[in-house]
Design a protein around this ligand. Sequence first.
Ligand code: RIB
Ligand code: CA
Length: 317
Amino acid sequence: MKKVILDCDPGHDDAIAMLLATRADNIDLIGVTTVAGNSELHHTVNNALRVLNYADVYDIPVYAGCSKPMMRDLYRLTGAVIHGEDGLGGPEIPAPTQKPEEKHAVDYLVDTLMESEEKITLVAVGPLTNVAMAMIKEPRIKDKIDKLIIMGGAIIEPGNITSAAEFNIYVDPEAAKVVFNSGVEIYLNTLDVTMKAVFLEKDINEMVKSDNKISKIVGELLIFFAGTHVEHFGFLACPIHDALCIGQIIDPTLLSHKKVFCDVSLHDELTLGETVADLWNITGKEPNIYMATDVDVDKFKTMIKTHMEKPYISKQI
Ligand code: RIB
Ligand code: CA
């Protein structure tokens, strides 16, 4: 059983990643931290809570984190277009009955990692503001992180916010640079794999028609999310970017990785937030990140479809 903390900005794919983690036999999701990204913080906190409660999960604490990037204003344009004004457009999901915890997400990350006897897997699928701030506040947490699995970046694939940059990295590039250079064991699951593992119309319709309420709501979320992607493909196809990071824990054969030196561009407008990987080892710099190189798409689709049919079994003792 892996102890996991999920840092996210729900967001349709964040929500599905969270549901997948709650249904995974080998994952003990001990906490969810939220950050501003796909929508403002008050929306991402509320979305995390209402998705968990909709899925009959009431015993996983949710923490509110940073309401803006470290050095910049929150970039709000794309989030609203892709995920809707409140960050979770589409199906009706009732307001949560659960409240967020009082503690700030950054303090929760620091306290939990420092107090834990075992190392914890940290999954970050939004802008890296909370993670970077926690590392700055208490650098010793780096030794308590087993793996840091990140959804972000684009190496061969073009970006999705600019031609050079992927959304999570672009929103807070300074935070990404802090994290990429932290020395922690990082797995970077970029658009290069998430844009391969897209759900097609038949996959989405199969879930929407399910009698299971979780499968159905995931299908309905994907219909909304796909609707904002359809102009890119000309047909209904929908990435579930963030869920791949949880999928990697469920089945490590889901993704292939290659260790490279990778850093983040900060200065020039054209390439701000670009994740630049030294694929030919020209810089001679020590590789610092396991970048994803391939994904078993059928395995991913089966994983999502089967897990969403499973009941929630609490692991909180
Ligand atoms: O670029 C995709 C990423 O940006 C995903 O994490 C999605 O939720 C958005 O946050
Ligand atoms: Ca996200």
